[in-house]
Design a protein around this ligand. Structure first.
Ligand SMILES: [Mg+2]
Length: 172
């Protein structure tokens, strides 16, 4: 069985949407997905670097919405592949419990033995990695697949999926 490693933030969990939600709650401005990194500074005078602090706050990870289609397609992938959820969570220690709880709520069919919360991902051995960050894709020894997010639209070196229907097309 081939093995697929699947990232969480901006692949299963809508991290970008969570940032936009916090921007609105805390600064009263609405930013579009593709202007998150510039819009906060332009519209609220707050540097984008400030959003990083939210990653250390309780509840930030736990409250993320599920990216549409991911539950159904992951369940189908599990019939054909060995699926592992791989998330670089150690940098944000409070996210560990939140991510485990989030997966238990939204992906209850994934056994805890198939959840890898790690530091860097470069040592992950799998045939495929679905991820939104170039640092993870570039270091991956198998076949990397970029899941489209505003911060990776410029990447051209990777097989790209724009949504979970396209993941299903590619793998099923
Ligand atoms: Mg991610």
């Amino acid at each position: 069985m081939q093995r697929i490693a699947i990232d969480m933030d901006d692949v299963l969990a809508d991290a970008t949407g969570r940032f936009i939600e916090y921007v609105y709650q805390r600064h009263g401005v609405t930013v579009a997905r593709d202007e998150l990194r510039t819009g906060l500074e332009q519209k609220a005078g707050v540097p984008y670097s400030q959003v990083r602090e939210w990653l250390y706050e309780d509840g930030f990870f736990r409250g993320m919405a599920v990216i549409p289609g991911s539950q159904d397609v992951v369940a189908r992938l599990m019939q054909k592949y060995e699926v592992f959820i791989v998330s670089a969570a150690i940098e944000f220690p409070q996210s560990l419990r939140e991510k485990v709880e989030w997966l238990a709520e939204h992906f209850p069919f994934i056994n805890w033995k198939h959840i890898v919360l790690c530091g860097h991902k470069y040592m992950i051995q799998a045939d495929y990695l679905i991820d939104d960050h170039e640092k993870n894709l570039a270091a991956f020894p198998g076949k990397p697949v970029v899941y489209t997010a505003p911060h990776n639209v410029h990447l051209t070196a990777y097989t790209r999926v724009n949504n979970w229907a396209e993941v299903a097309e590619l793998f099923l």
